[in-house]
Design a protein around this ligand. Sequence first.
Ligand code: CDP
Length: 210
Amino acid sequence: MRLIIAVDGPAAAGKGTLAKALAMALGLPHLDTGLLYRAVARQMILSGLDPASDDGEQTAHALQPADLLRDDLRVPEIDRGASAVATQTPVRAALLKRQREFATASGAVIDGRDIGTVVFPDADLKFFVTASAAVRALRRYQQLHGVAKPDQADLDLLAAEIEARDRKDAERPVSPLRQADDAILVETDHLDAQAVLAHALSIVKTRFAT
Ligand code: CDP
């Protein structure tokens, strides 16, 4: 089925995990749009540009598929860089076209911040995945460092960084992070990845009788 499913939410809420698993279960392509913003920030730095400057447009237009495969996109420098380039209207316009082209041919599960509101406002189904800042900080810590018991000071720092990025994403004038009116809210504080997937799949099945 050629479905377009939008999965939005704040940082480290588990939207990428859900989107990837949902795509696999439904046989759809998956696009992690955060990677596009991360890759623009990385390419700007490699060209000697500051991601916080207003100069990201050229880089966004010149982005190559291989730029998304780098293994240095999920580091704190790029968390901040992506969040800075994401405030630039011309960067968002350049990436919007790519996102729409990706999903239009065969459908897709796409995760990000503005998929249900701006990129695909007519998506067949929209999820808004969230969790408390404390839970999200713990998940991101475990994603970065494995299951070792974290130091509370490290967790507090991570939670503060995540909240600062969410605030910036939610307060920017262009395509801010917000739940679309017709998105289904999925609160994941007390749900593991499998439970979130099962919940989302049950909604897909009810909605589309697959
Ligand atoms: O994985 P995590 O939730 O930490 O972040 P991400 O999805 O990789 O996104 C990194 C940054 O890109 C976000 O903080 C946003 O500033 C930006 N972004 C955006 O503005 N719009 C999107 N559709 C996706 C990401």
